[in-house]
Design a protein around this ligand. Structure first.
Ligand code: NAP
Length: 283
């Protein structure tokens, strides 16, 4: 597995397995199959309500802890210096882990400055190997950086062929923040899996649309965490290290940019209002 080096020297697999919208009762099986397929990086979140199942799959796998890279995220309702530390300990209990590889502020809402201070302390105590953010646009990212000690190692943002984030990636690169894609397939929206351009590129390489999309992101240096509950797709999505897209093919995908989210805009007040109404169900 190819890895990237984060701004604090920690190595992170460039491809991992995401478990958003995987029901808790399906998660242990899915993560076990992903680990069998060769995934070593797992991306969950407190708000996904499946950290315990992720933890069970990790424990059952017998894979040495040092060979795994585990990410979880702090939800808005736990924002703040004191609450964030408690939420971290709850996540760690559920995951059955002593140390976490990457802890992310899930959304740029609520008292995330307080959360960041708690995360900086947990990092200093070596409970977390790297800390980062998610869904931060450049304005919020630079403000967080300007007013705190630690520069986030990662910003996990919606990134796929229809919303490519090239300017945001350039901005992050200059700050030493690694871009990580959520929704690499846009969850199939906008006809992604049958798109003629992506299909044609796939046919030229004997690869699927999913593999073309992941390869395009990886060649841009974007960390990817595709989700699938199906073992055959898990194997397909990790099988992207034996081919290269040409410059012309990279540009063909670049031409698919729509400049807008397929989901929600974190700068939209209605989105901020909606996300802040979601509270954790499994405290
Ligand atoms: N930070 C955030 O706010 C945030 C938001 C969203 C997601 N995420 C993270 O990013 C991860 C990935 O994003 P996502 O789950 O939203 O969406 P995604 O990975 O873009 O798409 C997942 C969808 O694609 C299907 N799929 C997967 N592989 C396929 C293949 N090879 N061929 C055809 N269909 C395929 C899956 O169906 P099946 O499962 O039926 O195969 C599922 O419906 C999440 O799991 C989560 O860890 C983070």
């Amino acid at each position: 597995m190819d890895c990237v080096t984060l701004n604090n020297g920690v190595s992170m697999p460039i491809l991992g397995f995401g478990v958003y919208q995987v029901p808790p009762e399906e998660t242990e099986r899915a993560v076990s199959q992903a680990l069998e397929a060769g995934y070593r990086s797992i991306d969950t979140a407190a708000v996904y309500n499946n950290e315990e199942a992720v933890g069970r799959a990790i424990a059952a796998s017998g894979i040495p802890r040092d060979d795994l890279f585990v990410t979880t995220k702090l939800w808005i309702s736990d924002a703040g210096e004191g609450s964030a530390r408690q939420a971290f300990e709850r996540s760690m209990d559920k995951l059955g882990l002593e140390t976490l590889d990457l802890y992310l502020v899930h959304q740029p809402f609520g008292d995330y400055y307080g959360s960041w201070r708690a995360m900086e302390k947990l990092y200093a105590e070596r409970r977390i190997r790297a800390i980062g953010v998610s869904n931060f646009f450049p304005d919020r990212l630079i403000d967080l950086i300007n007013h705190n000690e630690i520069v986030p190692a990662v910003d996990q943002v919606e990134t796929h062929p229809f919303f490519q984030r090239v300017a945001d990636q350039n901005f992050m690169d200059k700050l030493g923040v690694r871009i990580e894609s959520w929704g690499p397939f846009a969850e199939g929206r906008n006809g992604l899996f049958t798109h003629p351009t992506l299909t044609a590129i796939g046919e030229a390489h004997g690869k699927s649309v999913a593999q073309v999309v992941l390869r395009w992101l990886i060649q841009r240096g974007v960390v990817v965490i595709p989700k699938s509950v199906r073992p055959e797709r898990m194997r397909e999505n990790i099988d992207v290290f034996d081919f290269n897209l040409s410059d012309a093919e990279m540009m063909d995908v670049t031409a698919l940019e729509t400049g807008k989210s397929q989901f929600l805009d974190h700068r939209d007040p209605e989105a901020a209002k909606f996300l802040s109404t979601l509270t954790l169900t499994n405290e």
